[in-house]
Design a protein around this ligand. Structure first.
Ligand code: FES
Length: 198
């Protein structure tokens, strides 16, 4: 199964080419959005911590996602520059793992497992029910930005409770289409007003 996010394929327009003239590292997008000093410090701290900078890619991407909520294409260049790697090396990691986003997610990320155990116990029906109820034709963000629905994740390690879904960092098991929707409705009801999207 492929990762739920598309490949980082957009061309990058950076104010300062990585390793280019002047040897600077781009730390901001072409629209002027930049990573904070504390995030850059975290990335540099990770680079110093490991014998190989490749080992720092995962925590460096977490640092960026913690700040921005996702990984815009320009941040791939920034991380690569900071870790002295090729952008393709960083992109390969970012696009492989479903916990990294290349698009701005909704406030809550819902991952419906459709691997073997969950698939055999009705995850396709469950996913379809959620999508219809939330006004989605496919995976993606709900119109109000409350949820991102993903259905192409690999096994989430709770096969004994299949079918299951993960909402943010919490697992919900032994679901039916109805109980899955009830979980999301409860989460939505508990969201403070005006917090529909990150
Ligand atoms: S197959 Fe769904 S949790 Fe393992």
């Amino acid at each position: 199964m492929s990762a739920p996010v598309a490949v980082w394929g957009e061309s990058l327009e950076l104010p300062c080419p990585v390793g280019g003239e002047g040897g600077g590292v781009a730390e901001a997008s072409s629209s002027g959005v930049a990573l904070s000093g504390s995030t850059l410090a975290r990335i540099r701290e990770m680079e110093a911590k490991y014998p190989s900078s490749r080992s720092a890619v995962l925590p460096a991407l977490w640092a960026v996602q913690d700040e921005l909520g996702y990984l815009p294409p320009w941040t791939i260049e920034v991380v690569a520059g900071e870790l002295k790697l090729l952008p393709g090396d960083v992109e390969a990691v970012a696009s492989f793992y479903s916990m990294y986003f290349n698009h701005k997610p909704g406030r809550h990320v819902v991952q419906v497992c459709r691997n073997v155990s969950c698939g055999l116990r009705g995850s396709d029906e469950l996913l379809g029910h959620l999508q219809r109820a939330l006004g989605l034709d496919a995976e993606g963000n709900t119109p109000d930005g409350a949820f991102t629905i993903e259905g192409t994740v690999e096994c989430l390690g709770a096969c004994g409770g299949a079918p299951m879904m993960q909402v943010d960092r919490y697992s919900y098991e032994n679901l039916t289409p109805q109980t899955a929707l009830e979980v999301l409705e409860k989460i939505r009801a508990e969201m403070p007003a005006g917090t529909g999207s990150k």
